[in-house]
Design a protein around this ligand. Structure first.
Ligand code: PLP
Length: 386
């Protein structure tokens, strides 16, 4: 073998049987070969297990998919390049021209854009209500055939708690699928409800370190099997290197989520008592309008704490810029704390009535509470409020 050949066919160093790595390797390979055409065809027809081309599947990504499906309590999962991509591909795969979908004012902004701009171009219509308007949900579902109801809980940014059981029941009674973006609550929550399709951003709690993007669609087998061909041709399977990092992040998911939630509770209690704050939105506070519902349907209230400053948007801007330990940026769920005054960067597509229903005011600030010492976080918030 000459050297240019050698570098393209390096020696095989796979560990022998009985000598396995403790951590699964990253299968950083686009192609997987078989010995024969017949073996290849058998695998492609689904008669034997295996891998062929990374756009369809890869063992590293598959390991993460199976972990996430088990965590959320469903049969299977499709991992994608980002959370928004998971939502877009799921909506494309689940709808066709002439369908109607129901979504909410409190839905994550880019998701609303997918529905209002992208799906609309392909003839999918929508209705948008407030997630608190259950009578409206019932009326809409009774008045026209609806393919799916897409909701979140707690919502972004003011942590409204959607009545998951009631929304699922209404959707099913009227023949619609219940699709839930469960990013805020996480994989260990809401699995007991009969939600048909869960979508998640893995960019948040799954990786936990804010250095990798990903998304997931988790559902029963028949729904995943129905969506898989569209996902394959749309071509945004999560890269194995990102899948490896997210799988690694999941090892500390439960301790991170609980420790950050405990920090968030203390921050929320501090904010609620501060004279500069007119209202603190956190589902773990008894003053939250959906506190009882949150206690009933959530194990942990999460790590996002929002609040309204009495002095409005200029105060929100100055507060956010005065924090030292909180990065002024998007996203949530990672170990470092973040701050964002949402009305200064989004929500401009609302009518005045929708803006009112969204619950976001001029002085609203969203915090994502991390894993720092909570006394340091509270001291930082205190100095910024002062
Ligand atoms: C509720 C929710 N869903 C989806 C996403 C999108 O996830 P990604 O940033 O991974 O595309 C976000 C991001 O902030 C989110 O907050």
């Amino acid at each position: 073998m000459k050297k240019p050949t050698l570098v393209n066919h390096p020696p095989d160093v796979a560990p022998p049987p009985g000598n396995q790595p403790v951590i699964a390797p990253i299968y950083q390979s686009v192609k997987f070969e078989f010995e024969s055409i017949d073996d290849t065809l058998r695998m492609l027809r689904g008669e034997t297990p295996g891998y062929f081309y990374m756009r369809a599947s890869n063992p590293t990504t598959r390991q993460l998919e199976l972990t996430l499906a088990s965590l959320q309590g469903r049969d299977d999962c499709l991992a994608t390049a980002s959370g928004v991509n998971a939502i877009a591909q799921a909506l494309i795969a689940l709808t066709r021209a002439g369908d109607h979908v129901l979504c909410f004012i409190e839905t994550y902004g880019p998701t609303r854009n997918i529905i209002r701009r992208l799906l609309a171009r392909f003839g999918v219509e929508h209705t948008m209500l407030s997630v608190e308007d259950l009578a409206g949900v019932e009326n809409v579902l009774a008045s026209r055939p609806t393919r799916l109801v897409l909701f979140e809980s707690p919502t972004n940014p003011v942590t409204k708690v959607a009545d998951v059981g009631r929304l699922v029941e209404l959707a099913h009674r009227h023949g619609a699928l219940a699709v839930m973006d469960n990013t805020f609550a996480g994989f260990h929550q809401h699995g007991e409800f009969d939600v048909d399709v869960f979508v998640h951003s893995l960019t948040k709690y799954a990786s936990g370190t804010g250095d990798v993007m990903g998304g997931a669609v988790i559902a029963r087998q028949e729904l995943i099997d129905g969506m898989r061909p569209d996902f394959s041709v749309l071509g945004a399977l999560l890269d194995p290197h990102a899948a490896f990092l997210i799988q690694r992040g999941l090892k500390t998911y439960f301790v991170r989520y609980s420790a950050q939630t405990a920090n968030a509770q203390k921050v929320a209690e501090f904010l609620e008592a501060h004279p500069a704050v007119s209202r603190c939105h956190y589902p773990g506070l008894p003053s939250h309008p959906h506190f009882a519902l949150a206690r009933k349907q959530m194990k942990e209230a999460g790590t996002v704490v929002s609040f309204d400053l009495r002095d409005g948007s200029e105060a929100a801007r100055r507060f956010s810029e005065s924090l030292k330990l909180f990065a002024l940026t998007a996203s949530l769920g990672s170990t470092e704390s973040l701050v964002m005054p949402p009305q200064l960067v989004g929500g401009r597509d609302f009518t005045p009535e929708q803006a009112r229903q969204s619950g976001v005011g001029p002085g609203t600030v969203r915090l994502s509470i991390g894993l720092e010492d909570v006394d340091d976080l509270i001291a930082d918030i205190g100095q910024a409020l002062n």
